[in-house]
Design a protein around this ligand. Structure first.
Ligand code: SF4
Length: 426
């Protein structure tokens, strides 16, 4: 767990449309190792080897306590006291562990060495280790590295760092195509592919791919569309390869999904009316499923603590499609470029707060008494004990929430804690 402390100060940060208050202070978020929990399910022949401490191993075990029946695809190489004191050669030890792992697990095609706070503190150079081990184990296994450290980061940045590490490995291509970027559940990926095909956009590829050997090709004719909002480093890496981003809101809710698909269509010269006609039945189904949920959610207030970086698109969805009232939208980082379309859609009286100071945020939440509070696990239990209805933001990363078919499921994630609180009160 990351608990970066500093004296609280509030400063103003410039935003294209309006100033966004940016706080600096103590925060409580999971670290980037958490991303392994959904990434290891996505890239099916990859293995994530965290080079860290027992704390890192505990975090992974408790965040992913689902691996009892399967061969796990992640593990922690634990740095002992001798490594941390610089008395042992951690590189030698790492080479031995990786050799043993790859011998025992011949199905692994892609190995990520994942840095942590302890490996960063002792300055263990994992990118050099990845190059060295890559040479030893090529061509069977590709070895890459990225940092999941919790020093000044938040948990979704683990996915950003992982995808950014994949970009230099993507083959070059001059062929036009659409790349959808961000880990999506396979069911969502299949739906998106069907919709984009129907609209006439393609060929479509996804990053990350389902298998290490299926990394999509990229070049100056590639247009890419983000499916997740926290991919700033990946965006820069893709742009360095010549690909161009299609600016769009994120595909959350019926409206968000339609705008996302329209943006893809526009990049292919397809008018919005033609996109709308192609997706009309899907959109209508999503809207009617949402209408059933909005009866219980409309008019309810919601307060976001900064955690997942999904806060702004979620607040937009809850306000515009379900009639909820966002009181405060805390977000750990606000990438104004990637978030411009979302910020423009937020109700005028809602201002995001960047890098919120947790104590000040708690004071404001207690004063405002929202009907629903969206926050990390560390805050949820104490707030529940104080009588708040809470939603764990991490669940929004583990659940399929993007696209038309999932719009009502996304609304249900917010309806359920309110219903539970009502039952408890009764
Ligand atoms: S990487 Fe850092 S914050 Fe994350 S579990 Fe390990 S020690 Fe804790």
């Amino acid at each position: 767990m990351n608990d970066a402390g500093a004296s609280a100060e509030v400063e103003a940060a410039a935003c294209a449309a309006a100033p966004v208050p940016a706080e600096r202070g103590q925060r409580e978020v999971f670290c980037g190792l958490t991303g392994i929990v959904w990434l290891h399910r996505k890239i099916q022949d990859a293995f994530f080897l965290v080079v860290g401490s027992r704390t890192c191993a505990h975090l992974l075990q408790s965040a992913a306590g689902v691996m009892i029946f399967a061969e796990p695809r992640f593990a922690t190489a634990i740095l002992g006291e001798r490594d941390l004191a610089g008395l042992a050669d951690a590189n030698e030890e790492l080479d031995r562990i990786v050799g043993r792992l790859l011998e025992r697990r011949p199905e692994i095609r892609l190995l990520f060495l994942v840095g942590s706070c302890p490996s960063e503190v002792i300055k263990l150079d994992l990118s050099r280790a990845a190059q060295r081990l890559g040479r030893v184990h090529a061509p069977r296994v590709r070895v890459l590295s990225y940092s999941g450290s919790g020093i000044e980061t938040t948990f979704t940045q683990g996915e950003d760092a992982c995808l950014a590490a994949l970009v230099p490995e993507m083959p070059a291509s001059a062929q036009p195509g659409l790349l959808v970027v961000g880990a999506l559940a396979e069911i969502v990926e299949d739906q998106m592919r069907r919709l984009l095909d129907r609209i006439g956009v393609g060929p479509v590829a996804f990053l990350p791919p389902r298998r290490a050997g299926e990394l999509p090709a990229i070049g100056a004719s590639t247009r890419f569309l983000l499916a997740q909002p926290f991919l700033g480093d990946t965006t820069m890496a893709l742009e360095r390869r010549g690909a161009r981003r299609i600016a769009a809101p994120f595909p959350l809710g019926a409206e968000g999904t339609t705008m996302w698909l329209r943006a893809a269509g526009a990049a292919w010269g397809i008018p919005a009316a033609a996109v709308d006609a192609a997706v009309a039945p899907d959109r209508a189904r999503a809207e009617s499923a949402l209408a059933a949920k909005s009866a219980e959610l409309a008019g309810k207030s919601v307060f976001f603590f900064p955690d997942s970086q999904l806060e702004v698109p979620l607040a937009r969805f809850l306000a515009r499609e379900l009639g909820m009232k966002p009181l405060e939208v805390g977000t750990p980082y606000l990438h104004r470029g990637l978030m411009a379309e979302e910020l423009a859609l937020l109700p005028g009286d809602v201002t995001p707060v960047e890098s919120q100071d947790v104590e000040a945020g708690l004071d404001r939440a207690r004063a405002l008494r929202p009907d629903l509070t969206v926050c990390g696990l560390g805050l949820a239990n104490p707030l529940e004990a104080e009588g708040f209805a809470t939603k764990w933001s991490i669940e929004l990363l583990f659940s399929p929430i993007q696209g038309y078919e999932q719009a009502a499921d996304l609304a249900e994630l917010f309806r359920r804690p309110l219903a539970r609180r009502r039952r408890l009160a009764a």
